[in-house]
Design a protein around this ligand. Sequence first.
Ligand SMILES: O=C(CO)[C@H](O)[C@H](O)COP(=O)(O)O
Length: 263
Amino acid sequence: MALAYDPHFIGSENLDDDAATSPSPLVLTQDELKKIAAYKAVEFVTSGMVVGLGTGSTSKHAVDRLGELLRQGVLTDIVGIPTSKRTHEQALSLDIPLSDIETHPVLDLAIDGADEVDPEMNLVKGRGGSLLREKMIECASKKFVVIVDESKLVDYIGGSGLAMPVEIVPFCWKFTLHMLQSLFQEADCVAKLRTSSETGEPYVTDNSNYIIDLYFKKNIGDLKAAGDAMLRLPGVVEHGLFLGMATTVIVAGKLGVTVKNKS
Ligand SMILES: O=C(CO)[C@H](O)[C@H](O)COP(=O)(O)O
């Protein structure tokens, strides 16, 4: 049951252990949790900032909110740097002034979702297909605020059993797929080319590349070594491990919102 909520709520006092017998409006959908995290992140934005605009269903809420605050005049002089064509289109429709990292090589803040977040604030990103532009823009940001609902929290990277995306060049993609799978054979990795669910054709990124999704049955261990090894493979453009990049992680869950800052 999806019920009304206050996106500004932070804390846990709206918990109800007895929700089955109580009319309390406390059961939030995953999308509502995403929205709560996104709204909280936009509170970090102040007028005059250059802001990286993430991609995905959680980031979409943050971009909507930014557009709303600009329209209301609560925020002024914002420049948005979109991390995908999709976000570019959304921001344009909201009249958010846009630029790029050639014009603004240093961003004040970037806000984006993630697919996995481990206890050290390492991330998996790219299930939405935008990992390369996201990494370029978020590396250029003084602060990188990650927004997730609690389903994205994992004990270790790869722990969700879902995909760890790697962007590769289309040329001889099967070669790169086999190299990636071999690299992680000790983690019982299965590598799959991402395809469009509509056409069955390879999914093509904003940079005209393909994506290989890696599925691990075991822990991949040293994340830095894993990332470096992937980047050494010819054909690999970028991987979805975002290590040590997040400065803040905002998690919305049924117990409320937590804001964790890099120590
Ligand atoms: O990395 C991403 C896109 O490339 C997204 O941020 C990530 O997939 C999370 O998406 P969502 O907010 O829809 O769960």
